[in-house]
Design a protein around this ligand. Structure first.
Ligand code: ATP
Ligand code: MG
Length: 286
């Protein structure tokens, strides 16, 4: 977890990737973008551009590496100077701005480059609060507090609508472990068609938001037309607030933040299905 301004951090990424792309020139090249955590000691931090006295500790990094033309010593010496550019007049602000943003976030920049061998720029940002490894994820913590949640098993069929193959595979494995039967659809159109055919046995629908052909919110409207009391859980990589804003007042049963683990999936299904027990026994529902 870091504390930062999303627009400025996006700008850092754009500036670094633009430079990496331009370093390839007319040749094909590879740009590798990665993020991670590292422990930085004083020796490591002394090589970073930034505000001199960065404290030792855990930093999150964003790294952009290219295999383009690289830089010679003369270029490296002036890299961050405003209007220093090998690309023409009026340019040379990208890295100056990038360094400014990184400084404002109390971070640092490390650059490795050799002529003809590419460039790696790593932006460090200090971690806010305990590192993620130290804090147990909330879902797991909840599961240990409530032993019933761990052994809970459901019944009936869950329809999973998601355009990502790996999500469908992993989720259906988890659902079967929990005792459910599973129907899979790879987009909204297929999902609505399956719901129309099987709604009598479907206890709940796990619906992705962003999909090709028919988005989750359109699919939700269709599903509600078929069965107004349909139990639909939206599952999305967007935050709950962003995702749910499209569904305000529409009677969505719940929201599940992606990516989720077995315990989070079980807890959410348990919550929404206990609210409407009839859906667990579709035979009595109609
Ligand atoms: N990934 C890279 N590979 C090779 N050279 C680079 C790379 N990144 C930066 N440089 C060198 O550093 C100089 C300054 O980069 P900076 O991003 O500040 O300005 P610019 O890319 O020239 O122009 P602008 O970003 O304002 O459009 C570049 O002109 C280039 O010579
Ligand atoms: Mg640039």
């Amino acid at each position: 977890m870091i504390t930062g301004d999303p627009a400025q951090l996006r700008q850092v990424l754009v500036n670094l990737v633009t430079n990496a792309a331009e370093a390839a020139g007319s040749q094909a090249g590879t740009i590798r973008i990665s993020t991670g955590l590292l422990r930085a000691d004083a020796a490591y931090l002394s090589r970073a551009y930034g505000d001199g006295d960065l404290p030792e500790g855990t930093y999150a990094y964003l790294e952009v590496a290219d295999n383009g033309q690289g830089m010679d010593a003369a270029t490296l010496a002036h890299l961050f100077d405003p209007f220093f550019s090998t690309k023409g007049n009026g340019r040379g602000l990208g890295l100056a701005a990038t360094l400014g943003i990184v400084r404002r976030h109390r971070g640092g920049l490390l650059v490795e480059s050799e002529p003809g061998r590419g460039t790696t720029v790593r932006a460090l940002f200090p971690c806010a609060g305990p590192s993620p490894a130290a804090a147990p994820p909330p879902a797991r913590a909840a599961a240990t507090e409530d032993p019933a949640a761990r052994t809970w098993r459901g019944s009936g069929t869950i329809l999973v609508v998601d355009d990502e193959e790996v999500v469908r595979q992993v989720t259906s494995t988890m659902l079967r472990l929990l005792g459910f039967s599973v129907l899979l659809a790879s987009d909204g159109v297929e999902g609505v068609a399956l719901f129309a055919r099987h709604h009598a046995e479907i206890a709940a629908v796990l619906l992705d938001l962003a999909m090709p052909h028919m988005t989750g919110d359109q699919a939700f409207d269709e599903i509600q037309r078929i069965r107004p009391d349909a139990c639909v859980i939206l599952s999305s990589g967007y935050t709950e607030r962003d995702a749910m804003s499209r569904f305000a007042g529409k009677g969505l049963a719940g929201f599940l933040q992606k990516p989720y683990e077995l315990q989070a999936l079980a807890a959410k299904l348990r919550e929404v299905l206990s609210r409407s027990p009839a859906r667990e026994r579709p035979a009595d529902a109609s």
